[in-house]
Design a protein around this ligand. Sequence first.
Ligand code: NAD
Ligand code: ZN
Length: 342
Amino acid sequence: MKALVKTERSGGLTLTDVPKPAIGPNDVLIEISKTAICGTDVHIYDWNDWAKRTIPTPMVVGHEYCGTIKEMGSEVTGLEIGQRVTGEGHITCGFCRNCRAGRRHLCRETVGVGVNRPGAFAEYLCLPSINVFKLSDNVSDDIASFMDALGNATHTALSFNLVGEDVLITGAGPIGVMAAAICRHVGARHVVVTDINDYRLNLAVKCGATKALNVSGGDATEKLRKVMKELNMTEGFDVGLEMSGVPSAVHSMLETLNVGAHVGLLGIPSQPFPINWDHVVFKGLVIKGIYGREMFETWYKMQSMLVGGLQEKIMPVITHRPAGLLVLEILGYKSRTAAVVV
Ligand code: NAD
Ligand code: ZN
């Protein structure tokens, strides 16, 4: 079969032939119909330090996709050949304490599809059946092809009570933009999104952000305080969702959060950096690190929200629909958002 493979330990990907995966008794074989590009794929394409440390080669990449079940192992139950599906990209051990307690997103042995084992930028993908997620007929292929990333946004946003709350999202990448849509969908009052890229900030507004703020040049905290005044927010943000991984974004968030605020940290900083702990201690902040999606509550809630109107709200996040090999060019395109391959 054809697949996009990291063949060399350097930048780029190669479209080449690889053997069709063989499935085990608990696996399914998914015929891929549509895929999307995650930031992780771009890191692998670029071959940054994280990729050098993490990716064995050769590796078929990609973990955002939807498709149909073509084959099932002898032990698989509850699924059918021909079913439309997507899949959770974190394969967990099933035996560690967290897995056995139903907290699979906290498994110590997590393995990533398209990162540590063959991925979905290929004609077929082998996936353990427990990771398969059945798609509603009411969720389009376009949206179904990036539910792993949407799941990151969903997991982060739904970690907190949002009804009537004022939310600050730092970073208007695909995940920040989708998180803005989710926060509004579930009843947040004001959702302010910051970034340094106007193109992306515009997408955040299209997805429902109350206010999008470009923080490049000048003092981000001062700019945020001005927006808070405009919106008549007297006390500070109730919830902060950090989705940039950038130290200055974290600083301005800590400065503008209300006392007792809740914070979700999804963004991955490129290196460690100091913060002003006074804000954390004296404001009594509740901080939660987020990795991946809750298995499988995030998936259940995500599909319910999509069918209940979220699907239309996040459509602006699909910015490119390249055919075939053009995906390679999009992978190198820096101001990308999500791109669906048709
Ligand atoms: P992305 O890189 O596309 O988006 C990050 C955004 O932050 C960019 O638009 C960038 O312009 C913006 N930014 C840069 N400087 C800023 C500043 N000073 N203030 C505000 N925004 C600023 O990433 P993404 O795909 O949307 O993912 C968001 C983050 O979450 C990334 O850091 C990514 O590595 C991380 N991530 C974490 C998980 C997890 O499981 N924890 C999963 C996926 C992605
Ligand atoms: Zn485990």
